[in-house]
Ligand binder design. Structure first.
Ligand SMILES: Nc1ncnc2c1ncn2[C@@H]1O[C@H](COP(=O)(O)OP(=O)(O)O)[C@@H](O)[C@H]1O
Ligand SMILES: [Mg+2]
Length: 247
């Protein structure tokens, strides 16, 4: 575990402008990280991606997704937030990856461009991604390729993942938990993951931050909406649907 703490400094008060208007960040002084896996949960629009992007920016990753070497850019991301974040590391790691669910397609195209570049060794470029273009693999396959090839034996590294479950079947979400577990046991990796998945959230010992409170706060797995709504749905599906579809 390398990133220990994020401190918020010089926060502009009383502005209604994004991102300063996000309730999760209101009066926030710090976020602690104390294990291999930390989760961000919260409603759509609660600010999870915004904070993850700002952390990526502070860590020196391309905030469009990718690692330090992947400097592609498709839109001009103005991340004023990162100017108010101070990260405490022990030790500082520069290896890692920021995976934005939305820009995975662009990232795949970028890797294809690198592979086609006459100055690069095509085989070598694709080696980290399962041996072929990410576009030629299904969404789920390419995600797991990334996790199992690219994220393997990289030395100390931090991975920022934004909704990695988007591409993954339940079985493959379990596979991802296994990957987290292997990385945790190697002592080489830290993950910060924004997710809606009740499966991923169940990783043992993970610290979960709830972005639906102001400021964001720690929540237990069993107290997340993701857990309780999923549980209710699975246990009382008929009753819940009757309620939901009442005229
Ligand atoms: N560049 C932007 N300018 C203005 N508002 C934004 C911008 N990016 C995101 N937002 C708004 O900020 C809120 C938080 O967005 P986001 O961090 O993507 O939420 P989450 O990842 O939790 O779903 C949303 O209401 C979104 O509309
Ligand atoms: Mg998001």
């Amino acid at each position: 575990m390398f990133l220990k703490e994020l401190r918020v400094v010089d926060w502009p008060q009383g502005t209604s402008q994004y991102p300063y208007n996000l309730p999760a960040l209101h009066k926030l002084s710090e976020i602690h990280f104390n294990g291999a896996v930390t989760y961000f949960v919260g409603e759509n629009g609660s600010g999870k991606s915004t904070v993850l992007e700002a952390i990526a920016r502070c860590a020196g990753f391309n905030s469009e997704g990718g690692s330090r070497d992947n400097t592609f850019s498709t839109r001009d991301v103005e991340l004023s937030l990162s100017r108010h974040f101070r990260l405490s590391w022990l030790p500082k790691v520069t290896n890692g990856f920021f995976l934005r669910a939305e820009s995975f397609f662009n990232f795949s195209s970028y890797i294809d461009e690198l592979a086609e570049d006459p100055y690069n060794d095509k085989k070598k470029v694709y080696a980290a991604y399962g041996g072929r273009s990410l576009h030629e693999q299904s969404h789920g396959e390419s995600f797991l390729s990334l996790f199992s090839h690219r994220f393997h034996n990289k030395g100390k590294a931090i991975y920022l993942l934004d909704e990695p479950e988007a591409a993954l079947s339940p079985t493959r979400q379990l596979a991802l938990l296994r990957i987290f577990w292997e990385h945790e046991h190697s002592g080489q990796s830290q993950f910060i993951v924004a997710t809606h998945s009740p499966i991923l959230l169940g990783y043992p010992g993970a610290l979960i931050y709830n972005f639906d409170t102001s400021p964001l706060s720690v929540v237990k797995y069993e107290e997340t909406d993701h857990y309780s709504i999923t549980k209710q749905f699975l246990l009382n599906r008929d009753r819940l649907l009757r309620e939901l579809f009442k005229p």
